[in-house]
Design a protein around this ligand. Structure first.
Ligand code: SF4
Length: 370
């Protein structure tokens, strides 16, 4: 394996199953033709085994996110699956590496349920809540919850549930909490941002939380690359960073960071991606797992082009497959290729270089065929 980075795993604890029908997602729409599945105990146990094996081989798994093509808290055996991850953390004995941060990425609509919250607390699981806007009407337009409730009715349960999670974080009963501000809609999410900060920081203060972590998504992110919509805008929220980041609002410190900071925390992670991968797509540099243990691209919702499977490949072998890979058929219609995702500043330099490297590799591959 050429890459030297620590990596993250995104795991589909459920696949194709959600209680929302977000406008940026295929799930619950006729266009979704992928599987609908709850991840089995066998697969979660295999993840744990592969993570431990990877550590013994010197590959450090920094985080495992239960997120992806569905809402993880809908898993009918959510508590049991979280218990397996909790056990991994409790029994961690690799002296060179801290145990991976285990998290769920959730729309938060089931956080009012005591058994869900208990599973998070008991197993030391971080929580990441998708919260595009604090305007209840806009929220329901973006998230489209399937329960049919709209506006304030949705917030009646959601806001107190978020408050409770904030109080758990304030008491250190869960290891992390952040809010995902996505997608970068110019008509809702951006103009609502001051209101979003105001609502969340007021709630945080009320629940004893002193720092509010907000993850900003400058572009439509992974798993949405194939959704053909009106979302080609790119927004780094520079003005809002200046106005809010590091400032105290309603007695709470606002901490803003970009979505890719999670996958690539240092600039050298980007350099490593450019160096080690034939196709330096941002979404190739980490591991995405289907509910069945396939490694795939987050935009390959039908798992048409698997890049290994946990039952036949170690995590190191999966990364090696990804390093050698050139764009697959799905990449042709994806909006996340380096050529289509430019960005600003260093990100632009990264994408330009990644695109050049890809062109070079494709040329070489063509010459070989001749
Ligand atoms: S460009 Fe290809 S590898 Fe990258 S996200 Fe799109 S489909 Fe996946």
């Amino acid at each position: 394996m050429k890459s030297k980075r620590s990596i993250t795993i995104n795991n589909n604890l459920v696949q194709g199953i959600c209680n929302c029908s977000c406008i940026t997602c295929n799930i619950n729409k006729p266009s979704y033709t992928g599987p609908k599945a709850n991840q089995s105990e066998k697969v979660v146990e295999k993840i744990v085994e592969r993570v431990q094996e990877a550590c013994l081989e010197g590959l450090y798994i920094r985080a495992i996110g239960n997120s992806g093509d569905g809402e993880p808290t809908l898993h009918p055996e959510f508590s049991q699956r979280m218990a397996i991850f909790g056990e991994l953390k409790r029994k961690w004995n690799f002296s060179g590496y801290p145990s991976p941060d285990i998290c769920i990425v959730t729309n938060g609509l089931r956080l009012y349920k005591p058994d869900i919250v208990e599973a998070l607390e008991k197993n030391n699981i971080s929580v990441k809540i998708s919260f595009p806007t604090a305007d209840p009407i806009h929220y329901t337009e973006i998230m489209q919850p399937l329960c049919g409730e709209k506006g304030e009715n949705i917030f009646k349960e959601l806001i107190p549930a978020i408050g409770h999670i904030m109080s758990l974080r304030a008491q250190n009963k869960i290891p992390g909490l952040e809010f995902h501000i996505s997608p970068p809609f110019l008509d809702y999410v951006r103009p609502d941002f001051p209101q979003t900060i105001n609502v969340l920081s007021t709630l945080a203060n009320k629940n004893g939380l002193r720092v509010l972590n907000l993850k900003i998504f400058p572009v439509l992110s992974n798993r949405t690359g194939l959704v053909k919509r009106f979302l080609n805008n790119f927004d780094m929220y520079k003005d809002y960073f200046k106005r809010y980041n590091g400032k105290i609002i309603n007695g709470v410190v606002i901490n803003m960071f970009y979505s890719y900071d999670f996958f690539y925390p240092n600039f050298r992670d980007f350099v490593d991606l450019l160096r080690a991968f034939n196709f330096p797509c941002l979404w190739y540099g980490n591991i995405y797992l289907s509910s069945f243990g396939d490694s795939d691209c987050p935009n390959d919702q039908n798992i048409q082009e698997p890049l290994g499977n946990l039952f036949t490949h170690s995590l190191r072998e999966i990364m090696e497959i990804k390093e050698e890979r050139l764009p697959g058929a799905i990449c042709k219609s994806c909006n996340q290729t380096p050529a289509k995702l430019f960005g600003l500043g260093l990100l632009k330099t990264f994408h330009l270089t990644a695109d050049l490297k890809l062109r070079w590799k494709l040329l070489r591959a063509k010459e070989k065929v001749k």
